[in-house]
Design a protein around this ligand. Structure first.
Ligand code: AMP
Length: 279
């Protein structure tokens, strides 16, 4: 497995790999089973797999956790090696954002919904870095997790709109045995907080069941039931619960079976967690 730190070497590696197809798994490191599932999917889809590990500063707002974001490179490298990854691309900030960069990729509408409400510059950073990674690695396919559903939907839209020749693959959410969605940020939780954290998934499963029992239920009523469930079981402070169309991310009055995303974000102490379900 090669460790590639600069753009020129990454391009040279990609050229040497032709005509083989390359699958890319973009990550910010601190790899867990969720990331590993993406890597396994990429391996099934492409003979060569590149994992990028880069904590992208432009998707963090000034008050967010960029400086504290977990960095576990040696462990990440070992896990990639075990899974048969062909190359890790791990550039630094000077390589990715040299002085003078003026260009942003902005996906309108989709970037201001849900997460965009409390993180207004987040998706501009995500769309820009993923475009750059696609331009450097030139993958045939790329795997993203449904854990970050809005991110996947927005990037899929971007690839479509910009005619980028990359097949976008979504991977289902990998969870801890008690249902908490795996996240690099779970390490921030104290023992007590960690114990309460599965309340988020329980509310999503409750919503799924309610929709089965009462398909015509009003979104507002459904949200209220989810809120009650979370607040009665935990100390989460809810940022949002959203019931939206799976393509447009626009709010729905009623669940549209097969085309609805129920997404939420909530604070547990200093940690902000997100989760979602498609119904
Ligand atoms: P991150 O390192 O947080 O930027 O995540 C890199 C990729 O892994 C993104 O496509 C995430 O959606 C995906 N991912 C993170 N956690 C999970 C999970 N629990 N299940 C599936 N995919 C995940």
């Amino acid at each position: 497995m090669e460790i590639i730190r600069d753009i020129q070497s990454m391009r040279a590696w990609r050229e040497a790999a032709r005509p083989e197809h390359v699958g890319l798994v973009p990550t910010m490191g601190a790899l867990h089973e969720g990331h590993l599932s993406l890597i396994r999917i990429a391996r099934e889809r492409a003979p060569k797999v590149v994992v990028s590990i880069y904590v992208n500063p432009t998707q963090f707002a000034a008050h967010e956790d960029l400086d504290h974001y977990p960095r576990t490179f040696e462990e990440d490298r070992r896990r990639c090696e075990e899974l048969g990854v062909d190359a890790i691309f791990c550039p630094d900030d000077a390589m990715m954002y040299p002085p003078g960069c003026l260009t942003w990729v902005h996906v309108s509408q989709l970037d201001s919904a849900l997460e965009g409400q409390s993180r207004p510059t987040h998706f501009r950073g995500v769309a820009t870095i993923v475009t750059k990674l696609f331009a450097i690695v030139q993958p045939d396919c790329a795997v993203f997790g449904w854990k970050d559903a809005q991110q996947f939907l927005l990037l899929r839209r971007m690839v479509n709109d910009l005619n980028l020749p990359v097949e976008m693959i979504g991977a289902e959410i990998v969870r801890e045995p008690d249902g908490l969605a795996m996240s690099s940020r779970n390490v921030y939780l104290s023992e007590d907080e960690r114990r309460e954290a599965p309340a988020l998934q329980r509310a999503l499963l409750l919503a799924e069941q309610i929709v089965k029992d009462q398909p015509g239920i009003l979104a507002t009523a459904l949200k209220r039931r989810m809120e009650q469930s979370i607040l009665s079981e935990s100390r989460f402070r809810i940022d949002y619960i959203a019931i939206v169309n799976l393509e447009t991310l626009q709010p729905l009055a009623h669940v549209e079976p097969g085309a609805t995303l129920i997404a939420l974000a909530a604070w547990m102490g200093q940690t902000r967690l997100i989760d979602n379900i498609r119904v």
